[in-house]
Design a protein around this ligand. Structure first.
Ligand code: NAD
Length: 485
């Protein structure tokens, strides 16, 4: 019997599901059991061509609609998404392995927020009028054209919406390629958008690995590329886009610092560290994986942390009581196990976890290392799994310098009751998305993105509209033209 997660077809192009079984088969393995639950096929060059051609053909008419009309479609899609939140959350769980306890509140709901927010802003896009004596300049905020979105595997619904909603609000069309590890959810986003009245060709989904992504990025019809992925993929995609002088948004990896001063509320700080390391089994780009704890409270912090991590409910992701699920796939589990071994061999002190769970599926124990030093591999490289490194510090100046000593700059957090210090420290941290006495909140109203190797551009908020549009300026002369001859 066909599993309910099996999509109708692999791709969604020009308003309809499209299949081409000659593309390489991509199995969808449910991370909680290791069983294959669905299969899609990578896009062939013909499928890529169909998607790009339909996105290109639909763009001008979509941009010619008023912002109010475009926004209405997005807001209708948001409503449908909320109505179907339960089914979409179950699908997200099948796609990623993340527990339903999370997917019910963080995926389709976050996607719907983006569709609603950018739907609401679509009608507000406008230029300005600049008076120059009797002459004047006016500006028009225009769509970029055809955009490509490429997703990572941790938030397949959210990433499709975070890219699609602002792109479409501005009058662009999009070809979206989900991660080959989680191909299912973006198809549902496309289906719902079309049910809400989106014209055919405005949002297309094609499956595939990096080669399909590369074919999309290098096509001359594409005006903008928005990638969520690792820093190494980001460098390749940014370079390929630059060769065609295309706009980019790069949402890449991180090794973010979470700084806990000795006056912090310990339970809130432990809660922030748990949210910033173990949500989605640690597969979150903005995670605060270098937890700097001031010397005076370090052992108290570690004791409370170990106690609370011990209460994680590890098990069937479809059981709403489960609070900690498996890794997305076996390969990622093995990468993380490799880092855990490095942590042990380089001399970090294991506080809890440190092994695979004795059960089917790709489950790892939530793992905490203490006595981590700045030069250890686990403190330098993005692990993308449930491995927290706790580092000790003495002074504010010292911790700011150490926190910034990384190639990345996605997020940073500070826990302290001293608000002057909180703002002073945040002001010095090299990161794009920061938190005071909290960690990893990502409302659509707040700009999201990184500095340094963590990326270029911003998603969400009004900033995202700037990254999916361009300004045309028009000089209007009221009098005669003076010319030299
Ligand atoms: P990845 O870089 O391996 O893949 C990302 C996407 O890029 C996939 O869809 C992949 O098929 C595609 N791709 C690979 N090579 C390509 C190429 N040459 N041209 C075009 N496309 C190509 O990342 P991943 O393993 O899927 O995801 C994990 C990474 O994503 C982590 O580093 C994480 O930090 C990052 N991430 C960042 C954010 C953010 O918003 N900053 C959010 C989630 C994940």
């Amino acid at each position: 019997m066909t599993h309910p997660a099996q999509p109708k077809a692999s791709h969604f192009i020009n308003g309809a599901y499209v299949e081409d079984t000659s593309g390489t088969a991509i199995p969808v393995i449910y991370a909680a059991t290791g069983e294959q639950i669905a299969r899609v096929h990578a896009a062939t060059p013909e499928i890529v061509e169909q998607a790009l051609a339909s996105g290109k053909a639909a763009q001008q008419a979509w941009a010619a609609m008023t912002g109010t009309e475009r926004g209405r479609v997005l807001r209708r899609a948001a409503d449908i998404m909320r109505d179907r939140n339960h089914d979409l959350s179950v699908l997200e769980t099948y796609d990623t392995g993340k527990p339903l306890q999370e997917t019910l509140v963080a995926d389709a709901t976050s996607g719907a927020d983006a569709l609603e927010y950018f739907g609401g802003l679509a009608a507000s896009l406008s230029g300005e009028h600049i008076q120059l004596g009797e002459d004047w300049v006016y500006t028009i905020r225009e769509a970029l054209g055809l955009c490509v979105g490429i997703g990572a595997w941790n938030y397949p619904t959210q990433i499709a919406c975070w890219k699609g909603a602002p792109a479409l609000a501005c009058g662009n069309t999009m070809v979206f390629k989900p991660s080959e590890a989680t191909p299912l959810c973006a198809l549902k986003v496309a289906e719902i958008l079309h049910e809400a009245g989106l014209p055919a060709g405005v949002f297309n989904v094609v499956q595939g690995l990096g080669d399909v992504g590369a074919a999309l990025v290098t096509d001359p019809r594409v005006n903008k590329v928005s990638l969520t992925g690792s820093a190494s993929t980001g460098k390749k995609v940014y370079a390929a886009a630059a060769a065609g002088m295309k706009h980019v948004t790069m949402e890449l990896g991180g090794k973010s610092p979470l700084i806990i001063f000795d006056d912090a509320d310990i339970d809130n700080a432990v809660g922030g560290a748990i949210n910033g390391n173990f949500y989605s089994s640690g597969q979150v780009c903005s995670n605060g994986t270098r937890v700097f704890v001031q010397k005076g409270i370090k052992e108290k912090f570690l004791a409370r942390l170990a106690e609370r991590v011990g209460t994680a409910v590890i098990g069937d992701p479809l059981d709403e009581a489960t609070s900690f699920g498996p890794m997305v796939n076996e390969a990622q589990m093995n990468i993380v196990l490799g880092y855990i071994e490095k942590g042990k061999s380089e001399g970090a002190r294991l506080i809890c976890g440190g092994a695979r769970c004795d059960m089917p599926g790709w489950y790892l124990q939530p793992t905490v290392f203490a006595d981590v030093t700045d030069d250890m591999t686990i403190a330098r490289e993005e692990i993308f799994g449930p491995v927290m490194s706790v580092l000790e510090f003495d002074s504010e100046d010292e911790v700011v310098a150490r926190a910034n000593d990384t190639e990345f700059g996605l997020s940073a957090g500070v826990f302290t009751k001293d608000f002057t210090r909180a703002h002073r420290v945040i002001g010095q941290l090299e990161a794009g998305s920061c938190f005071i006495n909290s960690y990893n909140d990502a409302p659509v109203e707040a700009p999201f993105g990184g500095v340094k190797a963590s990326g270029v551009g911003r998603e969400n908020s009004k900033e995202a509209l700037k990254h999916f549009s361009q300004v045309k300026s028009v000089y209007v002369r009221m009098g005669d033209v003076e010319a030299a001859f």
